[in-house]
Write a protein that binds this ligand. Sequence first.
Ligand code: SF4
Ligand code: SF4
Length: 97
Amino acid sequence: MKNFRYLEETAILKLSDDKCIGCGNCQLVCPHRVFKMVNGKAKIIDYNGCMECGACSKNCQVDAIFVNPDDGCGCAAYIINSWLSKLLGKTKSLCGC
Ligand code: SF4
Ligand code: SF4
């Protein structure tokens, strides 16, 4: 999913190392491979790959992940429009929000 990128350094994604029990759910459900299990704990390895879909947070049974798609940062339209713009050869993409 490396072609579906969101705005750099804008995602609201936080992971509590203390709370993580290493179940691996976040790594399993994240469509952008943002997480990797390291020594029995989840680590964020691609922060800017996060599109704030919320899947990781919803599937973390100990609330170790915070992501806030309701604040308007996790805009799938931006990603889709960027992708379409590239396909159509346009240089500028718009969020639409
Ligand atoms: S889903 Fe939560 S508890 Fe499970 S590995 Fe990810 S952060 Fe840790
Ligand atoms: S919010 Fe979605 S894209 Fe971001 S880390 Fe979680 S599952 Fe991956």
